[in-house]
Design a protein around this ligand. Structure first.
Ligand code: SF4
Length: 497
C-alpha cells in the first residue's frame, strides 16, 4: 500500500526566508505547521514577494527558484474592506502560497481547512456576516483566500447560521459563568486539561474547595450589585463530580445562590467520568436544578478505555446514562473521540451503535489531538492508520448523527488534530448548549472561577481581555486572597462602562 500523506512531517529541514519583515513570523508559522522541527536562517531559499498595483494585491512565493505560486487578488478592492483588512489579506495570501509550495515540496496532504489553523474558524464567518457579505461571497472567499474544501465551507456556513440566534446585542448582558474544578479520578493519557488525579492530589481538594467558595461568593456579590444577569452556568474541569455528597450539594447550592439568576436557562455539570455518577450524585445534580450534564464514554470499548487510562467500563456509562434519565436530568450530552489508539472504523461504528441505543440529546465528536510530546505522534504506523481512517471516522459519525436527527451547531479545531479535522458538537434542534456557543464564539463575557478558569471580558467592539486563574489547585488557593481584589476590580470596571 502507498504511504498515506500525513498532515505534518518531522524532517529537520532548514529555510532561508526572504520576505517583508512583518510577514516572516507568519511564514515561519506556516512552515512549522507542516514541518514542526523546521529551522530558519540557512538552507532552502524561500522567496516571498508582495506588491500592490492599482489596488490589486499580487503575491508570489518561490522555493529554491523553481517551484512558484502566485495570485492576483482583485476582490480585496471591495469597499467593505478597510486598511487593516488589506494588510491581513496580504498575510493570508502569503500563508496560502507558502502552505501550497511547502506542502507540495514535502508531499504533505493539503489540509481540508486550508490556512485556517485557528481554534475558532466560525469567528471569521460571523465577522464577515456582520459586514453583510452574502453566503455566495463567503463561499468564494473561504475557498479562494483560505483554501478550504467545499465540505468544510458548507459545514462552517451551516454552523454559523445556526449560531446567529444565540448572539445578544450587548456582550455584557447577559453573561456566562464557568466554574473550573481541576480534579479527576485518574488522568487520561490524551488529556490536555487542568486535571489532577485524586489519588496523588486529593490532599489539595479541601483548601481548593474553600477558596472556590470564597470566589463564588465574592463574584456573586459583585454581579448582584451591578444587576448583571447570567444566561448559562457551566461547571467543568476536570470532572466536577469528583466532588461528592454533602460537599457537592453545598457547592451547587452556593452557585445557585450567588451566580444563577432568574434569566439562567442552562446549568451544566460536566460529569464526564461515569464512575463518579452514583444514583446519589445524580439525585444531587437533579435536585440542584442542573438541566444539562455530559457523560463522556469517549469509546464504547473496554480495551480502549483501559488503554487510555480511564477507570470506568462501558457498563458504567450505560448505567450512569439510564440513571441520569431516571432521575430526570433533561439534557444529556455524550463525548466521543475518533482516532483513539487501537481503534478502527469498526470500533467507531460499534461505539455509535451503542450510543444510538441510549439516544443522548447532544453528541460531541472529538478528533484526537496529538500533543507535541505524545508518543503517538512519533509512531508512523499509528499516524498512517489515523490519517487513512480519520476522515472516514468523521463521516461515519456525521451520518449517525444525521440519522438520529442531531445537527452540528458548534465546532472548533486544535493543533495536530487527527487528519487535520475538527471537533463538532451535534444537537437535537432546541437542545443546543448556549454556553458552548458563547464560549466558542467569544461574543459574550464569560466570568470564569476556580482552577484554570479563563475569564473573557468582551467589549462592544468584540475585543477581549483575558484574566487567567492558575490551573494548579494549590497555586489557586494560595494566590486567591491576593489576586481576587484586582480581578473583581477589572470585572467591575468592564461591566459598569
Ligand atoms: S476526564 Fe477529561 S479532564 Fe479528566 S483526565 Fe480525562 S480528559 Fe482530562
Amino acid at each position: 500500500m502507498e504511504p498515506i500523506p500525513i498532515p505534518f512531517r518531522f524532517d529537520p529541514e532548514s529555510f532561508q526566508i526572504n520576505a517583508p519583515e512583518e510577514l516572516i513570523p507568519a511564514v515561519e508559522a506556516v512552515i512549522r505547521s507542516i514541518l514542526p522541527n523546521a529551522q530558519f536562517g540557512t538552507g532552502r531559499k524561500l522567496e516571498v514577494n508582495v506588491r500592490w498595483t492599482d489596488g490589486q494585491l499580487i503575491v508570489q512565493v518561490v522555493l529554491d527558484g523553481l517551484t512558484e505560486w502566485s495570485y492576483t487578488d482583485r476582490e480585496i478592492q471591495d469597499e467593505r474592506y478597510d486598511e487593516d483588512d488589506r494588510k491581513r489579506r496580504a498575510r493570508e495570501r502569503v500563508r496560502l502560497g507558502v502552505f501550497t509550495v511547502i506542502g507540495e515540496a514535502y508531499d504533505v496532504a493539503p489540509s481540508p481547512w486550508g490556512i485556517l489553523t485557528g481554534v475558532r474558524p466560525t469567528k471569521l464567518v460571523h465577522k464577515m456576516i456582520d459586514r453583510n457579505f452574502s453566503s455566495g461571497e463567503l463561499k468564494r472567499i473561504l475557498g479562494n483566500v483560505y483554501g478550504l474544501v467545499d465540505e468544510k465551507i458548507a459545514l462552517l456556513l451551516d454552523v454559523a447560521e445556526k449560531q446567529q440566534k444565540f448572539f445578544h446585542p450587548n456582550p455584557n448582558q447577559p453573561i456566562g459563568i464557568y466554574v473550573g474544578i481541576p480534579f479527576c479520578p485518574t488522568r487520561c493519557s490524551y488529556c490536555s486539561f487542568a486535571a489532577y488525579p485524586l489519588e496523588s492530589h486529593g490532599h489539595l481538594l479541601e483548601p481548593f474547595f474553600e477558596s472556590l467558595c470564597v470566589e463564588i461568593r465574592e463574584i456573586g456579590v459583585l454581579l448582584k450589585e451591578l444587576g448583571v444577569t447570567v444566561e448559562s452556568v457551566y461547571l467543568g474541569g476536570g470532572t466536577p463530580t469528583t466532588i461528592q455528597g454533602q460537599k457537592l450539594t453545598y457547592l451547587l447550592e452556593l452557585v445557585r445562590t450567588w451566580l444563577v439568576t432568574s434569566e439562567t436557562c442552562e446549568f451544566t455539570v460536566e460529569a464526564g467520568r461515569p464512575e463518579t455518577l452514583s444514583r446519589e450524585t445524580l439525585h444531587i445534580l437533579a435536585d440542584s436544578g442542573i438541566n444539562r450534564i455530559s457523560i463522556n464514554p469517549q469509546s464504547m470499548h473496554d480495551e480502549t478505555l483501559c488503554r487510555v487510562g480511564r477507570q470506568h467500563t462501558v457498563r458504567d456509562v450505560i448505567t450512569a446514562f439510564n440513571d441520569a434519565r431516571d432521575v430526570g436530568i433533561p439534557m444529556i450530552n455524550m463525548d466521543i473521540i475518533l482516532g483513539l489508539p487501537g481503534e478502527k472504523l469498526s470500533h467507531v461504528r460499534h461505539t455509535l451503535d451503542m450510543i444510538g441505543d441510549l439516544q443522548p440529546d447532544n453528541l460531541t465528536v472529538h478528533s484526537l489531538a496529538l500533543k507535541r510530546a505524545s508518543r503517538l505522534r512519533k509512531s508512523p504506523e499509528y499516524l498512517n492508520i489515523a490519517q487513512e481512517q480519520g476522515e472516514q471516522m468523521a463521516h461515519i459519525a456525521a451520518d449517525y448523527c444525521s440519522r438520529w436527527g442531531l445537527a452540528p451547531y458548534y465546532l472548533y479545531r486544535q493543533r495536530y488534530i487527527l487528519s487535520d479535522l475538527e471537533n463538532i458538537g451535534y444537537a437535537r434542534p432546541g437542545t443546543e448548549s448556549v454556553y458552548n456557543v458563547q464560549m466558542m464564539e467569544e461574543r459574550q463575557t464569560i466570568i470564569a472561577l476556580g482552577g484554570g478558569g479563563i475569564t473573557k471580558l468582551v467589549a462592544p467592539d468584540l475585543s477581549l481581555v483575558r484574566l487567567v486563574n492558575p490551573k494548579c489547585p494549590a497555586t489557586y488557593s494560595q494566590q486567591l486572597e491576593s489576586s481576587l481584589p484586582s480581578k473583581l476590580c477589572q470585572i467591575r470596571q468592564h461591566l459598569v462602562v
